[in-house]
Design a protein around this ligand. Structure first.
Ligand SMILES: *[C@@H]1O[C@H](CO)[C@@H](O)[C@H](O)[C@H]1NC(C)=O
Ligand SMILES: *[C@@H]1O[C@H](CO)[C@@H](O)[C@H](O)[C@H]1NC(C)=O
Ligand SMILES: *[C@@H]1O[C@H](CO)[C@@H](O)[C@H](O)[C@H]1NC(C)=O
Length: 482
């Protein structure tokens, strides 16, 4: 595909969506660029806010700090959002599971799940996952306290929400179905595995299931998305600019790379881990864009066009694009120690740093997106060690690579990796979503689509395959609830 000239209007429309979210109220210490890019890969499901007025009630559920230890009497309040606008007594409960993000009404006021709930006069319930948003069971977020952060605890919280709801007369006869996107889709699968009788079915959109430390295939799919949807020129530009910077570091010209990339003074061009962080951040920026691209909107073609428009020189274009996506900071902060310090600081200053999720990756899942697979344009400078070292430096010396490997294998042993033994679970993936590489082999693949791409209502712009996937889900939910 040839790149087309950028019109100013396009740049303007992308600029508004461009700035990666900086942490709210973090006046003491600013979030490192690396974490900005990482958090972008772990934001909530991309749904448009509902155009219709909906009554969404916030309720707080009394939960045990430790669902598996009766002697531990500590409790906390879990936030749950409920939309009963279409509910008729005794009709089903449609739960949308919160993942590693703060919940907001969008997922229970618009989208395919809401449409299906309406068909069944269902109540819509959105549960916030412990240690995210306003559902913080214990502070500070020390390693000791984070032992209460696990998918098992979070699933047991959901079981408890269902139990409490079903004590209410109007819900006594209600069947329950659940769904989720990304990690919360993994939860939707594992919930059915652990509690098969509590729900009648579940829909898992883009569920990573196979825990792995070195998730080296992810970037290959991201690269493929840029080649297929952005064009060869775009892939080659990223590839060439990345190699250019890698060469500078490898030939003793790191100071030059630092200058061209506008890295902050504290960046040490001779520190290997600092180098890992800048290359990982660049890759994450492209991955974050690809993760929620819609082929019918030509998102990647447009972003590639913007990238090219910054400069005819590849290296300069890449640098400017990265800074633009980071919200044009004074300088780009990708110092390894800066990230460790920020995570440590956030143990006492909970501010949506993603610490609770980072802990889960170290303790249960891995999924560290490395450059180890060579078939992508993002170079070869960010090993999974970047992440395992960070686990060690943030959570303590017990987090050795061997221990992390052991934790991750335990997860697969428990849930069956890519082959979970579940029934009445509908799994879908986007064909150009890196996460599909750790998804179930039996999932439906939607060609060219990205992460959780089937969350929206059926739309005339949907591809035939996307539409068919959604219609299949509608059918299945009817069968589950029959
Ligand atoms: C919450 O749970 C605790 C301990 O089980 C109990 O003492 C307390 O009464 C509960 N509070 C509410 C509002 O249900
Ligand atoms: C939904 O509620 C309406 C109004 O009470 C009722 O007529 C309809 O049959 C219900 N639909 C289902 C699927 O229960
Ligand atoms: C690769 O990038 C460098 C640095 O921007 C540039 O000088 C060179 O011309 C590029 N090579 C190609 C083949 O575009």
């Amino acid at each position: 595909m040839k790149y087309f000239p950028v019109v100013l209007a396009l740049l303007v429309s992308l600029v508004s969506a461009a700035t990666l979210k900086n942490s709210p109220g973090s006046n003491q210490i600013s979030i490192p660029a690396f974490l900005q890019t990482l958090n972008q890969l772990h934001r909530g499901p991309p749904l448009p806010p509902s155009t219709k007025r909906a009554n969404v009630e916030t309720r707080w559920f009394n939960q045990s700090l430790d669902n598996f230890d009766d002697t531990n009497k500590n409790v906390w309040d879990q936030r749950v959002l409920i939309n009963e606008d279409n509910f008729v007594d005794g009709s089903p409960i449609f739960i949308y599971l919160g993942g590693e993000w703060a919940i907001d009404p969008s997922a229970i006021t618009s989208g395919l799940w809401v449409d299906i709930a309406k068909e069944h006069n269902g109540s819509l319930v959105y549960t916030e996952h412990r240690f995210f948003g306003e559902s913080i069971p214990i502070t500070p977020l020390s390693t000791k306290n984070l032992k209460y952060q696990s998918v098992e605890q979070a699933l047991a919280d959901v079981v408890n929400v269902i139990k409490v709801l079903k004590e209410e007369d109007k819900y006594k006869e209600s069947k329950v179905v659940i769904s989720g996107c990304s990690y919360s889709a993994s939860m939707a699968v594992w919930f059915k595995l652990l509690y098969p009788d509590v729900i009648v079915g579940s829909w898992a959109s883009s569920a990573p299931l196979d825990a792995i430390v070195d998730f080296s295939d992810f970037m290959e799919i991201v690269g493929r998305a840029y080649r297929q949807l952005g064009g060869d020129y775009c892939y080659d530009l990223i590839d060439n600019a990345t190699s250019y910077y890698e060469d500078l570091f490898q030939t003793g010209q790191g100071a030059r790379a630092k200058e061209l990339l506008n890295l902050c003074d504290s960046f040490d061009e001779n520190n290997e881990r600092d180098q890992w962080q800048i290359f990982s951040s660049i890759a994450n920026i492209f991955a974050g864009i690809a993760q929620y691209q819609k082929p019918e909107n030509y998102d990647l073609a447009q972003y590639c066009s913007v990238l090219r428009s910054f400069d005819d020189d590849d290296a300069s274009a890449l640098s400017q694009f990265v800074q633009w996506r980071l919200g044009k900071p004074e300088c780009v902060n990708t110092r390894y120690q800066g990230t460790v310090d920020y995570y440590k600081w956030s143990k006492n200053n909970y501010d949506g740093s993603g610490l609770g999720w980072f802990y889960q990756t170290c303790r249960q899942f891995g999924w560290f997106q490395s450059s180890a697979n060579k078939n992508h344009p993002f170079g070869s400078t960010f090993p999974a060690t970047l992440y395992t070292d960070t686990c060690h430096d943030v959570f303590g010396s017990q987090y050795t690579s061997a221990k992390i490997e052991e934790y991750i294998q335990a997860t697969n042993k428990k849930y069956g990796g890519k082959h979970p033994a579940v029934e009445n679970v509908y799994m879908t993936h986007g064909g150009l979503d890196g996460w599909s590489r750790v998804g179930s082999d039996s999932a439906i693949i939607i060609p060219q689509a990205s992460h959780c791409s089937d969350s929206g209502s059926i739309n005339p712009t949907d591809s035939a395959a996307l539409r068919a996937t959604k219609e299949r889900l509608i059918e299945l939910v009817r069968e589950w609830l029959a």
